[in-house]
Design a protein. Structure first.
Length: 99
């Protein structure tokens, strides 16, 4: 990807598929596009859960000084996010783009 290997605050970001990525796993598109209003949630809110599947992306080397909002802003510069799960104490995240 275009982001893999870029320098951010002196740290090189790494983007790749998670180590347990299995391209043979098929996602049921019906379950991915849930109507969140049926469970009392607001639409268009970024999910903090990223499902395992072919669209999950691992982001490593995130500087600890970045806030979640800054990480989200950086990743959204490449397209709209469907989900973002930041593991701050480890310096990595998982994300998924809308398309």
């Amino acid at each position: 990807t275009k982001m893999n290997g870029i320098q951010l605050k002196g740290v090189e970001l790494t983007l790749r598929r998670p180590t347990n990525y299995d391209p043979s796993v098929k996602i049921d598109e019906e379950s991915v596009n849930l109507d969140v209003t049926k469970i009392g949630m607001q639409p268009n809110l970024l999910s903090t859960h990223v499902e395992n599947g072919p669209h999950k992306i691992y982001v490593a080397g995130i500087p600890y000084s970045l806030t979640n909002a800054q990480i989200q802003e950086l990743l959204e510069s490449f397209g709209p996010l469907a989900g973002l799960c930041v593991v701050r104490e480890k310096g990595y995240a998982f994300c998924q783009y809308v398309d």
